[in-house]
Design a protein around this ligand. Structure first.
Ligand code: FES
Length: 165
């Protein structure tokens, strides 16, 4: 479920269900994205341009933004690209329309789609490929260690993720 955090200049939304724990947010702007604070997102704690730039680096599409200050909205690339990641999901960059079983239609500018077949949240990757030690060729996505991913191959579970509250 997507939650909305409204600031003065920018509105940020987050969907933990599709987060793949790349932690671009926590490491990119720790004053805005603070795991143990409530609310964990303070959109006005940095310039809207900086918040938007960090969110656009979120590979899963879990984080989105809506500029309220007249600044540029995120533009999905004209051509949608799908890149298999090494031992992992398909990284999609471009406009994606997801039609959920419950009828909800969601548009994302980025997404990580399951390639291993084991996700419990298809079509999205839920990191099940890590426990299954899925092997496949592809691009290497740089992922840094963080509080939500203390070990590269073992991100914290959604149940243990403080952002669910
Ligand atoms: S590729 Fe990640 S859960 Fe399938």
């Amino acid at each position: 479920m997507r939650r909305v955090y409204r600031g003065r200049d920018i509105e940020v939304s987050f969907d933990l269900d599709i987060c793949t724990h790349a932690a671009e947010c926590l490491l990119g702007l720790p004053g805005v994205f603070e795991l143990r604070r409530r609310p964990w997102v303070l959109p006005d704690a940095a310039a809207a341009d900086a918040v938007a730039a960090v969110i656009e680096r979120c590979p899963s599409g879990a984080l989105l933004y809506n500029r309220l200050d007249g600044g540029p909205q995120e533009e999905a690339p004209a051509t949608t690209t799908i890149s298999p990641l090494l031992n992992g999901p398909l990284l999609v960059r471009g406009r994606v329309e997801v039609r959920h079983a419950n009828g909800l239609v969601e548009q994302l500018p980025r997404a990580m789609l399951c390639r291993c077949g084991l996700s419990k949240n298809k079509p999205f990757c839920d990191n099940s490929h890590l426990a299954a030690r899925f092997q496949a060729s592809g691009e290497r996505l740089r992922i840094r260690l963080s509080p939500v991913r203390p070990v590269l191959e073992k991100p914290i579970s959604k149940a243990d993720d403080p952002r669910r509250d």
